[in-house]
Design a protein around this ligand. Structure first.
Ligand SMILES: O=c1[nH]c(=O)c2[nH]c(=O)[nH]c2[nH]1
Length: 315
């Protein structure tokens, strides 16, 4: 029997997914004159029973990507955006449970933070005197990210951040390393340590509504522990600092089993000022942008399986 819908060639379709990428959705919630803002970039990827559209062009199983876009905006209105994770969970569940051919939904979200103009520096506390009610300035720091995957059975929530730039102007050394005939790096006993943190952490949440983490609080706490560990670790290498940041998160956040980091070592080289008759007493540096050392590792709760992909650029 020949199957007309499938070309008689020694070729088969492999992994495939489709959806609308980078839906930029801004949701304003109004509490009287005080407004709240959530600013997301939502990418939906659906997969399942999609052989026919590839082999024969039949769209019978295809929910248009245009519809996935519309769903993102409609859900922002109907359900609001409490957190990126909650919003992604809602969308993933909707696509898998409402469309028979769709078996797995992966929702990736980037969140851009805004703060009230005039807000207290620590960003905490109620809207007080001097804080604008509806005027915001985009926070120039990190981008928050999350990825929700649901196959009708199993949930995986991996959240994280990227582009969080941090620097210690002391308490960092690097010495005692291997030296071969190509080694020229001088040992450093007081150097600048700087990096642009990309991190992902995996929740051990299984989909039980009664045990859903407080996603907003969890993010703030993970960020706090990560930054405190960076600041407080007397560093003998960026690798050691990375491990301390991960360990601090695993130790303090029971909802998280795995953290992966990708840390570019943003080298700061002392400038030779001798040609100008000047001493450089650890004061003037050249901030090199490339090449950079790239230090990457996963830190796990003991006994847990690593599941975050090694290459964070694909996440
Ligand atoms: O913290 C560091 N780790 C390294 O592995 C390394 N290699 C290097 O040249 N400088 C550094 N710094």
């Amino acid at each position: 029997m020949t199957d007309n819908s499938r070309p008689a060639r020694p070729v088969v379709l492999g992994q495939n997914q489709y959806g609308k990428a980078e839906n930029r959705v801004v949701r304003i919630t109004r509490e009287g004159d005080t407004h709240h803002i959530k600013d997301l970039n939502v990418s939906v990827a659906l997969s399942g029973d999609m052989e026919e559209v590839h082999y024969s062009g039949s769209n019978a199983n295809v929910l248009p990507t245009d519809t996935t876009k519309n769903t993102v905006y409609a859900f922002a209105k109907e359900h609001g955006i409490e957190s990126a994770e909650q919003f992604g969970i809602h969308l993933a569940r909707h696509f898998v449970t409402s469309q028979e051919p769709i078996r797995t939904a992966r929702v990736r979200i980037e969140e851009y933070a805004w703060e009230r103009i005039g807000a207290r520096d620590d960003g905490s506390g109620p809207t007080g005197a001097g804080e604008a009610q509806h005027s915001f300035v985009r926070k120039g720091q990190e981008t928050r990210v999350t990825q929700i995957t649901f196959d009708g059975d199993t949930w995986e929530v991996v959240s994280g951040l990227k582009d969080l730039v941090v620097l210690n102007s002391t308490n960092s050394e690097f010495w005692g390393f291997v030296k071969d005939k190509y080694t020229t790096l001088p040992e450093a006993y007081d150097r600048i340590l700087a990096t642009q943190v990309a991190a992902r952490w995996r929740f051990n949440w299984s989909g039980d509504e009664r045990r859903t983490p407080d996603w907003e609080k969890s993010y703030d706490q993970v960020r706090k522990h990560l930054l405190q560990a960076f600041a407080e670790t007397y560093s003998l290498s960026l690798q050691q600092t990375l491990y301390q940041m991960g360990a601090r998160i695993i130790d303090n956040r029971s909802e998280i089993d795995e953290v992966r980091f990708s840390l570019p070592n943003k080298h700061h080289f002392l400038v030779d000022l001798k040609p100008f008759g000047l001493e450089n007493d650890n004061e003037v540096y050249y901030a090199a942008d490339r090449p950079y050392g790239l230090i990457e590792a996963t830190v796990l709760r003991d006994g847990c399986e690593p599941r975050i992909p090694v290459d964070l650029t694909n996440l």
